[in-house]
Unconditional design. Structure first.
Length: 256
C-alpha cells in the first residue's frame, strides 16, 4: 500500500512539469471537441433514451410512486452534463493509453529510472488488445450500473468498473517498453489486489469535480511509477539470485 500511495504522490508532482502539462491538455481538448460535436447531433437522443430505458424497466413503478420520474425528466440537462463529463474522461483515458503513454514512460524513465534497461517485451497489438477488452468490460459494467444508481448499488458497480478499466488500460502499457515478455507476463499475473487498489484509488480521482480533468494523465503516471518500481525490484531480486548473470552483464558493459 505504501508503494501505491508513493506512486500517486510522485505522479501528482509530475503534473506540474511543463512537458507533462502539454501532454495533459491536448488529449482533454480533443476529447471535448469530439463529444461537443457528437452531443450537438445526438445529445437529446441519448438523454431521452436513458429516461425511456428507465420507464420500460421495473424501476418505473418505484419511480412513479415516489414522483422521482418527474424529477428525472426535469433534470435532463443535468444528466446531459454528467454524461458529457463521463464520456470526455473515458475518451481522454483511451487517447492517453493509445497515444500519450510513450511520452509519459520516457519522462518517468529519464527522471527516475535512467538505469532500467528497455527490453521491449510488449507490442502495439498487445496494447490495442488490452484497450479494447478494458473498454468492452467497462461499458458492460456501466450499462448495468446506470439504472441502479437510483438504488445506490450503481455507485459501487461504477467504482468496480473504474478500477478494472484503469488497471487493465495502463498496466500492460506501463511495462511494455522496459520489461521482457517473461517479465511482463509475470508482473501482470502477480499482485492483483494491489493493482485493483491502485485502480480504485485513481478511479476515485476521476469522480472528483475539477480533479477529474487531470485524472487521466495522473492515473497513467501513477501506473507507470508503480509498475516500473515493481520491475526494478524484480530485476534486483533476479540479480541477487543469479550473481553470475549479473557479473557477465557488468563485464559486457565494461568491454563496450
Amino acid at each position: 500500500m505504501t508503494q501505491i500511495i508513493s506512486s500517486v504522490l510522485i505522479a501528482f508532482r509530475n503534473l506540474f512539469n511543463l512537458k507533462i502539462q502539454w501532454i495533459l491538455i491536448w488529449p482533454l481538448l480533443v476529447s471535448c471537441l469530439i463529444w461537443i460535436l457528437l452531443s450537438h447531433f445526438f445529445g437529446a437522443h441519448v438523454s431521452g433514451g436513458i429516461v425511456e430505458f428507465i420507464s420500460t424497466t421495473q424501476i418505473k413503478d418505484w419511480l412513479e410512486e415516489s414522483y422521482l420520474l418527474r424529477i428525472a425528466n426535469s433534470l435532463e440537462g443535468f444528466v446531459n452534463i454528467l454524461l458529457f463529463i463521463a464520456l470526455v474522461i473515458i475518451t481522454t483515458l483511451i487517447i492517453t493509453a493509445l497515444f500519450v503513454m510513450p511520452s509519459l514512460i520516457n519522462f518517468v524513465a529519464k527522471q527516475h529510472y535512467p538505469y532500467l534497461e528497455r527490453k521491449r517485451g510488449g507490442s502495439v497489438m498487445g496494447n490495442v488488445k488490452h484497450v479494447l477488452s478494458a473498454l468492452l468490460v467497462f461499458l458492460l459494467l456501466w450499462s448495468i450500473a446506470l439504472p441502479l444508481w437510483f438504488f445506490g448499488i450503481g455507485i459501487v458497480i461504477s467504482f468496480i468498473a473504474a478500477a478494472y478499466f484503469n488497471q487493465r488500460l495502463f498496466c500492460y502499457d506501463a511495462l511494455s517498453e522496459h520489461a521482457s515478455s517473461e517479465e511482463l507476463n509475470l508482473l501482470l499475473a502477480s499482485n492483483k489486489p494491489a493493482l485493483w487498489s491502485l485502480g480504485l484509488l485513481t478511479g476515485f480521482l476521476q469522480l472528483i469535480p475539477f480533479v477529474n480533468l487531470v485524472a487521466p494523465t495522473w492515473t497513467a503516471l501513477a501506473f507507470i511509477h508503480y509498475e516500473l518500481s515493481r520491475l526494478d525490484k524484480l530485476r534486483s531480486v533476479t540479480r541477487q539470485e543469479n550473481p553470475t548473470t549479473n557479473l557477465s552483464i557488468n563485464s559486457k558493459r565494461m568491454n563496450e
